[in-house]
Design a protein around this ligand. Sequence first.
Ligand SMILES: [Fe+2]
Ligand SMILES: [Fe+2]
Length: 265
Amino acid sequence: MLNILFIGDINGKIGREAVKKILPKLKREEKIDLVIANAENAAHGSGVTEESLKELQSAGIDYFTNGDHAFDRIKQAEICYEKFPIIRPANFPPDVPGQGYTLINTKQGDILLINLIGRVFMQPDLDCPFRKFQEILANFENQKLFAIIIDIHAEATSEKISFGHFADGRATAVLGTHTHIMTADEKITGKGMAYITDVGMVGAADECIGVSKEGIIKTYLTQIKYPHVIPESGKAIFGSVLLKIDEKTGKANSIKSIVKFINIK
Ligand SMILES: [Fe+2]
Ligand SMILES: [Fe+2]
């Protein structure tokens, strides 16, 4: 069995601290072979930086995916796509920096990791994630893959669920990210695919999806955009799912949500 841990959006310094405190022990306890995490908010707020990815790599994360904040710190993002095992959504327009998918070599064979972004209630003018997925698969038609894991970064439950059905029988796992709140619908389909609408996040637990509640409530009350403040200490949530992949078939045997809370000082 290949044990893969997928961690939801890591949000800011408090999220990185939580990963550092929780992940090493969790890897030993659950005998995890490979760790993938969504890093779109890994820098303090949004986007990625070299420092934040380095920190998360040394905590035990092997590969990173991304989302609508993929290019928020464009200079840093460009460096990160060159230097780190990080991908960004494949259905961004052509010619943007980075790659939308990558091959992960394992003892069992190559895992194709794909990152997609949804179009419902998301930034407009993105290519269709459904058709992009088919296009990517066509590139690997003649290549033997052990498994295919997709991070679909999207707001709408309906879009993620529909995508899950669309990919069923072709992908090994379709894992949703972006809402920062974990859904309780993890399942293995009849065709052996793991699915969850959203893996949740790693970040400040008692705020507004990782952002200090005061400013956000003020924004709702006044319609003035107050700056997002991310707490650096306090209660943090660690949202992740553990996938067990059958070594012979490459199909998903189980998906288990692993949620932990920790106090970050
Ligand atoms: Fe996002
Ligand atoms: Fe996020």
